[in-house]
Design a binder for this molecule. Structure first.
Ligand code: PRP
Length: 175
């Protein structure tokens, strides 16, 4: 079978420009206060990397890892925590950094989980959102782009672990 083609949905320059805007807003809102950025692996690794380069020394970087798609194209609805955060988040501002909010299942689970640890605040930054796919409402304070309900890859997002390295967001066109 020939390699599927990837159609560009959001190009690299557009992504980077929007990420810089989000970072400006985050800097303004937190105004030098300690802030723990928690990247939700694996999909968020490039977004978090590019976002944090625009931020200041008040920021601490941590990660957790969830999985609910298990390599498929639709959520199993069961969110597994594969890796928890390392830092104590009690009393500090936390910003969860996601690549995409699809059904909302992952973030809703994470808000409940991290909320029990009593952070001073818990907000969400997501590069992408698919409002049409939502099953659970989650508040996204810093959103990059709303997209249609299509399966996207690239810039951290995968199809069976492929395409995460692409510098843009694309749509797989199966041949
Ligand atoms: C994807 C994505 C989000 C979540 C969004 O993660 O990175 O974390 O699904 O979907 P939802 O809103 O329907 O919960 P996945 O479980 O595929 O793991 P990955 O980031 O390692 O690819």
């Amino acid at each position: 079978m020939s390699e599927p083609t990837i159609e560009v949905l959001i190009d690299a320059n557009t992504l980077q420009a929007r990420i810089a805007e989000l970072a400006t807003q985050i800097r303004k809102d937190y105004d030098g206060k300690p802030l723990v950025l928690v990247g939700v692996l694996k999909g968020s690794f490039l977004f978090l990397a590019d976002l944090c380069k625009h931020l200041d020394n008040n920021v601490i970087i941590d990660f957790l890892q969830t999985s609910s798609y298990h390599g498929g194209r639709s959520t199993t609805g069961v969110v597994q925590i594969r890796k928890d955060v390392d830092v104590n988040i009690e009393g500090v501002d936390v910003l969860l950094v996601e690549d995409i909010v699809d059904t909302g299942t992952t973030l809703s689970h994470l808000i409940d989980l991290l909320g029990t640890r009593k952070p001073a605040s818990l907000k969400i930054a997501s590069l992408l959102s698919k409002p049409e796919a939502r099953r659970v409402e989650v508040p996204v304070e810093y959103l990059g782009f709303e997209i249609e309900n299509v399966f996207v890859v690239g810039y951290g997002l995968d199809d069976a672990e492929k395409y995460r390295q692409l510098p843009y967001i694309g749509v797989v066109k199966d041949s």
